[in-house]
Structure formats: structure tokens, C-alpha cells
Design a protein around this ligand. Structure first.
Ligand SMILES: [Zn+2]
Length: 259
């Protein structure tokens, strides 16, 4: 059996190492300073697991489809924003259905855009209500409210209650993991981070994304990125020319998008 690198196992490993060092201290006079070693390894592992959502460190996360079919999925975070309908038009031209991980606060203000997305066959997911910089410090109770309020905004607009959740900044913590489980959401990561909020040149972004095309890939874009809006049409053309099909995330990952 392969032991998963997750929070529980990291804690168990730290406990085991501490017990061994404690025993050596008691019987052989070994310095307790040796405890610094497993402690440092534990801290590094937790930091890695928190920052990397695809590691499933705190909560089981889906981030890649099967690599046996030439299918990819596109995801757009942080909308809806005024630029979202223009993306919709480009996707429509290519018959591509994407997933939009919505910020609840924005979703509540623009139910009409959510209805357009839903009517066009795109999936709607939850990306917290406030997308706060300090979300990693929120209590489980407050995070559950973030998830519930966003679900409610999407449900009020479309009649659908989302199951898919993407953590802001891709950061998970024990509190967020608990909130995700209790609210019955599926945590979603990505395999290709476009960095489209950083890359300013559409040609550069297009090149990066075409090179990243791979069976089962999940692309992370943002509604808010003018760079993505400028290259999306060409990207979809090139993806199709290379034999890739854009499928909805639920199909790529074999998960239910709604409750
Ligand atoms: Zn985000």
C-alpha cells in the first residue's frame, strides 16, 4: 500500500520520529535537539501541502483528467466581471464548454451573467464569497458561510447548487478542508496554471498554453485577464487543430457539478 502524503500521515510521521528521539534521549542520552530535524521536515511538508492544492494534502482534490483521451477542460476564476460575456462569445464560436469558479459577492450582483453562462452550457463553481487575502486565517465557521453564501447566490440565479469548489490562490488549510467537507463540495485544482494575471503579452501566453496542451489537462484562467481574452480564440483554434476536444470539467474528471 502506498502511503499518501497528507496532513494526517505527516502528523503521524512527526509523532513517530518524536517518540523515537524521546526514547533515545531517555535511554541513550541523545540530545533532544535532534527533534528539530523532524519538526523542520514537518513544517516544510505542511507548507508545501498548503500551497499546492493538487497535492490533496488536507482534502481530496481533483486536478487532472484521464490521459487516455485528447480532452482538456478550461476553467475561469474570479468572475463574473463585465468582461465575462465576451469570453462567452469566443467559447460559443468554438462549441467549447468551460467552468466558471465564481466569487459569490460578484455573482450576487450579476445574476443575469450567471444565467447566460448556465444557458450556454457552462458549469458554475464556488470560489468563496469574498476571495479575501486573509481567507487562510478564517475560522471553519466563517469559511462555511463563505461557501454557503456563494452557493446561495448561484442557486438564486440558476436554480443549481454547485458542488465544485476551487480554493482562492490554490491554498488549502485544515479549516478550509473541514468547511469543504461539511458543505459537501468537491475540491478542484488545475494541471496548467496560465499565470494570466501576470503574463501581459497574449502571444507569449498563447505559446505557453499551446505547449501545455496534454490529454486530461485542466487549464486555470481568469475572467479578469485581458491577456486571456486576447488569445482565447487563437488558443481554441490551435487546440482543435492539434486534435484536442474541450469538454466540461464534470465530464473530464467524472464528478457531479451540482447537488
Ligand atoms: Zn481566485
Amino acid at each position: 500500500m502506498k502511503a499518501a502524503l497528507n496532513y494526517r500521515n505527516a502528523l503521524l510521521a512527526l509523532g513517530a520520529a518524536a517518540a523515537v528521539i524521546g526514547a533515545l534521549w531517555a535511554w541513550a542520552g541523545v540530545s533532544l535537539w535532534w527533534l528539530a530535524l523532524p519538526t523542520a521536515a514537518y513544517v516544510a511538508t505542511v507548507a508545501y501541502g498548503s500551497a499546492r492544492v493538487s497535492s490533496s494534502f488536507f482534502v481530496e482534490t481533483k486536478w487532472h483528467g484521464a490521459d487516455t483521451r485528447p480532452c482538456i477542460a478550461l476553467t475561469f476564476d474570479d468572475g463574473p466581471v463585465p468582461a465575462t460575456p465576451a469570453l462567452l462569445e469566443i467559447l460559443r464560436r468554438h462549441g467549447a464548454r468551460a467552468t466558471f469558479f465564481c466569487i459569490g459577492r460578484r455573482a450576487r450582483q450579476q445574476p443575469e451573467v450567471l444565467r447566460q453562462l448556465d444557458a450556454a452550457g457552462h458549469l458554475l463553481g464556488n470560489h468563496t464569497f469574498t476571495h479575501s487575502y486573509f481567507i487562510d486565517l478564517f475560522s471553519t465557521r466563517r469559511l462555511r458561510a463563505e461557501l454557503r453564501d456563494t452557493d446561495a447566490a448561484i442557486e438564486a440565479a440558476t436554480g443549481r447548487r454547485p458542488r465544485l469548489f476551487r480554493p482562492p490562490y490554490g491554498v488549502t488549510t485544515p479549516n478550509l478542508a473541514r468547511a469543504i467537507r461539511r458543505e459537501g463540495h468537491q475540491c478542484i485544482g488545475w494541471s496548467v496554471r496560465s499565470l494570466d494575471t501576470v503574463v501581459q503579452d497574449p502571444t507569449q501566453l498563447l505559446g505557453n498554453m499551446v505547449r501545455a496542451l496534454a490529454p486530461g489537462a485542466v487549464f486555470l484562467f481568469h475572467d479578469t485577464s485581458a491577456t486571456t481574452a486576447a488569445m482565447l480564440d487563437e488558443f481554441l483554434q490551435q487546440a482543435h487543430a492539434r486534435g484536442f476536444r474541450v469538454v466540461p470539467l464534470d465530464e473530464l474528471l467524472g464528478v457531479a457539478a451540482y447537488h
